[in-house]
Design a protein around this ligand. Structure first.
Ligand code: PAF
Length: 286
């Protein structure tokens, strides 16, 4: 069966109602499109676990700051449709911003109800340099859950903070959806796959490769017995290309998201950095 493209919220809800008449297990893979092998791995996992798979493709305006890349974010719905078809996706849900938020909200966010996860986890790391970003993510993900009503939703571990926040509000707000984290997928050269990698020039890509290289070195040092975050931080800095503008390199407990001084099993090492104008994130769980 060809993947069905749905732009309308009511139609998506009707489809779900029909599926649910026969106890169908529904999986949702939320994306902003420009699909790559990282997304493909989420879709494959969803296909393994669910009878019906929905991929949402929506570049969500309310999670971008005024000076961020909302307008130039890559959009490739025709290519995305081909991939979804090949992978056996049942429905692509791809609403317009007006369908999702109405005309007024597009003019001003002041009229929209937001889902706001706790300040302590949205105001650090990526949230510090992207104020309002995670409220925008939490709000759109909640709306997608309410529209698609999935039993399972699949998210990549590359966005570790996003994943933690989503798990938190799903638990806090008693949502009936199980969140399935999926591992980071890397290119052969080691760069974590991201739709934003398309912004990088050849030279910038070489510079960007020092990000996974520094994470790998931290892991090697940890495995050789070094647990002091100061030493691990300094080593990473010495590996990162000097043209990289580091936003943060942090060591946090993967389960609580609290900062740690000494690393141990399950410590998340997360990095965000700008290469030229492109902001990249990556991480490693020790
Ligand atoms: O990770 C993303 O692509 C987006 O933040 C998400 C979860 C689809 C919400 O817009």
């Amino acid at each position: 069966m060809e993947t069905l493209l749905v732009n309308n919220i009511l139609q998506m809800k009707e489809i779900n109602k029909n599926w649910k008449k026969s106890d169908t297990i529904v999986g949702l893979v939320p994306t902003m499109g420009a699909l790559h092998n990282g997304h493909a791995s989420l879709i494959k996992k969803a296909k393994e676990m669910c009878n019906k798979v929905v991929v949402s493709i929506f570049v969500n305006p309310i999670q971008f700051g005024p000076n961020e890349d909302y307008d130039k974010y890559p959009r490739s719905i025709e290519k995305d449709k081909i991939l979804c078809n090949e992978l056996g996706v049942d429905v692509i849900f791809s609403p317009t911003p007006i369908e999702m938020y109405g005309e007024n909200v597009i003019l001003s966010n002041n009229e929209l109800s937001f889902v706001c996860p706790p300040y302590s986890i949205v105001d650090c790391m990526c949230g510090k340099s992207r104020p309002g970003h995670f409220d925008g993510v939490a709000t759109v993900v909640t709306k997608l859950f309410n529209i698609v009503k999935p039993d399972y939703a699949f998210f990549g571990q590359k966005d570790a903070q996003q994943l933690f926040i989503i798990k938190k509000f799903v638990k806090d707000l008693n949502m009936d959806v199980k969140i399935i984290p999926c591992p980071i997928i890397r290119d052969v050269d080691g760069l974590a796959l991201s739709s934003r990698n398309t912004y990088l020039s050849e030279n910038e890509r070489k510079i960007a490769l020092t990000i996974p290289k520094s994470l790998k070195e931290i892991k090697n040092l940890y495995l050789s017995g070094i647990i002091d975050t100061g030493i691990l931080f300094d080593t990473a800095i010495s590996i990162l290309d000097k043209n990289i503008e580091l936003d943060y390199l942090e060591f946090r407990d993967f389960n609580t998201f609290k900062k740690v001084d000494k690393v141990k099993e399950n410590t998340l090492v997360a990095i965000a950095a700008k290469v030229g104008k492109t902001r990249l994130i990556d991480n490693e769980i020790l």
